[in-house]
Structure formats: C-alpha cells, structure tokens
Write a protein that binds this ligand. Structure first.
Ligand SMILES: CC(C)(COP(=O)(O)OP(=O)(O)OC[C@H]1O[C@@H](n2cnc3c(N)ncnc32)[C@H](O)[C@@H]1OP(=O)(O)O)[C@@H](O)C(=O)NCCC(=O)NCCS
Length: 177
C-alpha cells in the first residue's frame, strides 16, 4: 500500500469531520422499566464515533478500543438522544474520537448529558490492513485542550494495551474465560 502521507495527505481541521447522530428511543431498545439498554447506547456511541473517524480519514475505519464508559443518567423510551463526535487527535494509523451523548428536552430546548466516551479507530484498506491517516489541526481552545489530553491518554493506554497483549500471548490456546 502506498504511503498516503508521501502522497500529500494534508492535516485536516477538527470541524471538517465533526459529526452528529440522533435517535428516538423505542421500547425495543429498552429494559422492563423503560431505560435504554447500556449495550445499545454503546452501539450508538460506536457508530457516532465511526462517522467522525471515517470522515477524517476518508477511509474505512475499525474500532480498536473504547475507553471507560459511565452511564451518568438514564435514557428513557421516547427520549431524543443526540450523539456528537469529533476527532481529538490522530497518530500514524489511529485516531482518538470523543463522543458525547445527550438527551434533548424538546419542550425546554435543553440538553442533559447522559454519557461520553473516548474511542480509538484505525483506518484500514479494503483488505483490513491499517493505513496512514491525516493529522488533526485543532482550531479552538477546546480543541487544543482535547488534543493535548488525547496525547496523555494515549500514553496511558499504550502501556495497558501492551500489558494485555503480553498476557494474551502467555495464555495457552485452549484458554477460556
Ligand atoms: C485494531 C487493529 C486494526 C490493530 O491492528 P494491529 O495489527 O494490532 O496493528 P498495530 O499494532 O500496527 O496498531 C495499529 C494502530 O492501532 C493502535 N491500536 C492497536 N490496538 C489498540 C488498542 N487496543 N487500543 C488503542 N489503539 C490500538 C496502535 O497504537 C496503532 O496506532 P498508530 O498506527 O496510530 O500508532 C486490529 O487489532 C483489528 O483489526 N482489530 C479488530 C477491529 C474490529 O473489527 N473492530 C470491530 C469490533 S468487532
């Protein structure tokens, strides 16, 4: 695969790939007391993150990891869920994307924060091989802070990813959870 950077893929501003997805929550997405399933919210977060990552990379992307996720408030049947995503920083083939999930109170015009997460996406070609991505140009103070924070999170993540890799490599093939 040709080196996309050497082909002159320029850095892209955060605003070019910022994305939004909205969902009305149906009973089929909820448990017996009308709260959205956590796993379904994770799926929405993943999809919203993939939108920003794929737009930034202008390529297929796969989810490599999702960081810690708190469900800070329930989402109920009938709620309008809004998910906003933006690429915080890019490295060689991977990007950190931040996703914020909110419920919009349509009568008051207010937003209630329900969850947020950082995900790492890797850009891949049609065969699944990782490919280089454009760097990110932060333009606002918020975007610059997220860019710096993403660097610190990557450092923490890298040690953990390596530790888990070593653990997997040390396990026998017949190992089960
Ligand atoms: C993600 C994946 C492409 C990484 O492949 P790999 O062979 O480990 O590739 P590398 O070690 O070269 O890593 C590629 C990039 O991914 C990053 N990465 C790999 N595993 C990661 C993890 N668990 N968390 C965060 N980043 C990770 C590396 O830091 C590297 O980033 P960089 O190029 O920007 O420095 C591969 O593990 C994969 O295909 N996983 C399945 C993805 C998928 O199908 N997701 C949907 C869930 S079913």
């Amino acid at each position: 695969m040709a080196d996309r950077m050497s082909e002159g893929v320029a850095a892209r501003p955060v605003s070019e790939s910022q994305s939004e997805r909205s969902e009305i929550i149906f009973p089929s997405d909820a448990n017996a007391i009308g709260n959205l399933f956590g796993g379904r919210l994770m799926q929405f977060i993943d999809l919203a993150g993939a939108m920003a990552a794929s737009r930034h990379a202008r390529a297929f992307t796969v989810t490599a990891s999702m960081d810690h996720l708190d469900f800070v408030a329930p989402v109920k049947v009938g709620d309008l869920l809004i998910l906003r995503s933006s690429v915080n920083r890019a490295w060689r083939t991977s990007m950190e994307v931040g996703v914020k999930a909110m419920v919009e109170d349509i009568r008051e015009g207010r937003f209630r924060h329900v969850s947020s997460a950082y995900l790492t996406f890797v850009a891949v070609d049609a065969t699944g091989k990782s490919i280089e991505v454009p760097q990110v140009t932060p333009e606002t103070e918020h975007q610059r802070r997220r860019y710096e924070d993403a660097g610190r999170r990557r450092e923490m993540r890298s040690g953990e990813v390596q530790r888990r890799r070593d653990l997997r490599a040390s396990l026998p093939p017949e190992w089960h959870v």
